[in-house]
Write a protein that binds this ligand. Structure first.
Ligand SMILES: Cc1cc2nc3c(=O)[nH]c(=O)nc-3n(C[C@H](O)[C@H](O)[C@H](O)COP(=O)(O)O)c2cc1C
Length: 251
């Protein structure tokens, strides 16, 4: 047993400031190859990855996201849930496959596959010395992203990933996660609310201390405050429509 993968994963933090040097194509290919080795439900491989180098396309996507690092990075990847190739197989067969990829189960299966590929790519990139940040902000305007990237029916842009060499003054650090015994349940889920509340309270303190220390007292918010602020603001409630338009969750 070695500590290499464990130490690599424990070091992760999102990087939002990159040097301008581009990530070479052979490095991107290596990452994507490693991504493709992820397990895939029933061998379906329900993903495509669009690599974006063209500054104009990056700018168009940055307008959707509102985040500067969609343009200022060494490379941009967009992760697409992709049943387009399965729909082509469907056209050429007597069988009816639509019930599968138009179902809620199809959406779950496909999205899980995309996330597994992406996280393999993230870990490989970090192992190669690059920093990464995921970009759910591309879902701010799904129709525009589909137009910019020429995405067909039965595809859906789930998220992006900006990557590159971290800037010299990039000062991120690993953010504390929930305590292990709060997320890991032995044999059966522990529904005890009092225990859950105590664990949240203690984690709130950990997160508040983390922000306090990192920002010299500028930020001290608790995790639960951050989460309740975020989750009580209405987030992208047009998603079901976009999914239906793309051919998903019809049954
Ligand atoms: C699917 C997904 C989408 C995300 N979208 C964004 C985003 O649009 N912009 C951003 O700055 N960070 C984004 N993040 C990064 C998270 O904010 C970050 O992972 C989280 O705060 C934990 O911080 P860490 O990655 O530094 O540990 C996203 C992360 C994931 C997994």
């Amino acid at each position: 047993m070695t500590d290499h993968v464990y130490n690599l994963l424990k070091k992760h933090h999102s990087v939002r400031k990159f040097k301008s040097e581009p990530v070479p194509d052979d490095h991107i290919e290596r990452m994507v190859e490693a991504g493709q080795s992820a397990s895939t439900s029933s061998y379906l491989q329900t993903y495509s990855i669009v690599g974006v180098r063209d500054p104009k396309i990056k700018e168009d996507l940055q307008e959707v996201s509102g985040q500067p690092y969609v343009v200022d990075n060494g490379y941009l990847l967009v992760f697409v849930l992709d049943y387009y190739r399965h729909s082509i197989i469907n056209e050429d067969t007597e069988e009816n496959m639509e019930t599968s990829f138009e179902s809620a189960e199809g959406l779950l299966v496909g999205s899980i596959d995309v996330a597994l590929v992406a996280q393999n790519i993230a870990a490989t990139a970090e192992d190669m010395g690059y920093g990464i940040v995921y970009l759910g902000s591309l879902r701010n305007d799904v129709a525009r992203v589909k137009e910019v990237l020429n995405l067909p029916d039965y595809t859906f842009p789930l998220f992006g990933m900006a990557l590159g060499v971290p800037a010299d003054d990039e000062a991120g650090s690993p953010k504390p996660r929930l305590p292990l015994d709060h997320v890991f349940h032995l044999d059966q889920y522990n529904t005890d609310k009092e225990q859950q509340r105590k664990a949240i309270e203690s984690y709130d303190q950990t997160v508040s201390d983390y922000y306090n220390q990192r920002t010299n007292g500028q930020r001290t918010e608790k995790w639960s405050t951050q989460i309740s602020n975020f989750m009580s603001s209405k987030q992208r409630l047009d998603m079901l429509n976009h999914l239906n338009n793309a051919g998903f969750i019809k049954r």
